[in-house]
Design a protein around this ligand. Sequence first.
Ligand SMILES: [Mg+2]
Length: 122
Amino acid sequence: MTKALVVEDNLLNMELVLEILNAKGFAAEGAMNGEDAVNKAEQETYDLIITDIGLPGMNGIEVAKRIRGKPGYENTPVLALTAYATGGRAERERFRAEGFEDVVPKPLHVVDFMNQIEKYRK
Ligand SMILES: [Mg+2]
């Protein structure tokens, strides 16, 4: 099963994202903050990371950097889950420059998100 880690400090959003991932055949787990996410990524190997950008403490950009710097995570796709997203191309490029594979705009559009994650399932 494709293991996904979702980093989100908003519990309702987290539950929605986890529910969709699990319904789509992923084994998804959540972390409420960056530190928890980094610890989890050390104990488990995830195939996909989805992180909120606005997090208490370490932000999502830092979370992505820290996880991608770990052995075995060099090529793991990391998606930026962000309310700052407009879904525009320039923005996608900006997040790509930070090492993100793609952007997931908030509020979450369920059908778009389902289609978006399809390609990451092994
Ligand atoms: Mg947040």
